[in-house]
Design a protein around this ligand. Structure first.
Ligand SMILES: Nc1ncnc2c1ncn2[C@@H]1O[C@H](COP(=O)(O)OP(=O)(O)OP(=O)(O)O)[C@@H](O)[C@H]1O
Length: 258
């Protein structure tokens, strides 16, 4: 579904990403992990075509981003970013409705209101719908923006792609799991998700594949079982850890500081 080769990025001769190949399949949930400053957000923005242009073209459903019609692309691909504006003088439901802008000219239709309602319920912000967005807590704001991104992709298109940059920031454990289950349901329908996460145990539980970055380079790109080993993780994070099978779901369980 998404194919990119030799992704490189530099800022004033300072290399941030070097020769990264990424290929993500239909229905795959790829999680990008790595220490602070590894280049995860930069890679995600480049893959989503929301940062500078890579020398080699990036193919999304076999077409380069330049070949896509702008509106059609917005119905096929969405991105949740880390730096959402903290000052939006709108109600919660109006912020979520922003995700429907690629669907109507001046007035939303019944389908748009339904999509907004559905996404607000999925992210548990429906009870906040009339609240002033600016009065919300950090986690509530985060969930509103996740609803906005989900509502953008609520349509009949097959095989959609969502990018999520640290979507679990500020979320409590219930909402972390709720959002991850929503994303997993999305990929199980043949859609694809590429997500940056810091929590390695949640990545191990939900990802199909893991890309581990350090200093702009890929250290490992494989299934969670292959990437999350004591040797790889303790070396990349420069911190001791133990990896054992999770007693509940048999995924790798990483315990730091041991
Ligand atoms: N515009 C820029 N100017 C200078 N340096 C930049 C710029 N954008 C990113 N960088 C640097 O590139 C590196 C990678 O940044 P990036 O945000 O992609 O890392 P990350 O892996 O997402 O980090 P974190 O886990 O801390 O969010 C960092 O060292 C960052 O300081």
């Amino acid at each position: 579904m998404l194919e990119a080769y030799k992704i490189s990025f530099a800022h004033k001769k300072h290399s941030i990403l070097e020769n990264i190949d990424v290929s993500v399949k239909y229905g795959e949930l790829l999680v990008i992990v790595g220490p602070n400053g590894a280049g995860k957000s930069t890679l995600l923005s480049l893959l989503a075509n929301e940062a500078g242009k890579n020398e080699e073209p990036i193919f999304f459903k076999k077409k380069t981003f330049e070949e896509w019609d702008y509106r059609d692309l917005a119905h096929n691909k969405a991105k949740f970013s880390q730096n959402n504006s903290h000052d939006i003088p709108l109600s919660v439901k109006d912020v979520v409705m922003m995700g429907r802008y690629p669907y109507f000219q001046s007035n939303p239709h019944k389908k748009d209101f339904e999509a907004v309602q559905k996404a607000m319920e999925e992210t548990d912000v429906a009870y906040l719908e009339t609240r002033d967005y600016n009065s919300l807590s950090g986690g509530e704001k985060q969930r509103v923006h996740l609803a906005r991104v989900l509502t953008q992709l609520d349509n009949e298109v097959l095989n959609k792609l969502v990018f999520l940059d640290e979507p679990l920031n500020n979320l409590d454990v219930l909402h972390q799991h709720r959002i991850l289950h929503t994303i997993k349901n999305f990929t199980e329908k043949g859609n694809t998700a590429v997500m940056v996460l810091h929590d390695l145990n949640l990545a191990a539980q939900f990802a199909d594949t893991i890309m581990l970055l350090k200093k702009g380079k890929v250290v490992a790109h494989d299934t969670p079982n292959k990437v999350f080993t004591k040797e790889i993780i303790s070396k990349v994070y420069n911190f001791p850890c133990t990896v054992c099978p999770n007693p509940v779901n048999k995924n790798p369980l990483i315990i730091f500081g041991t």
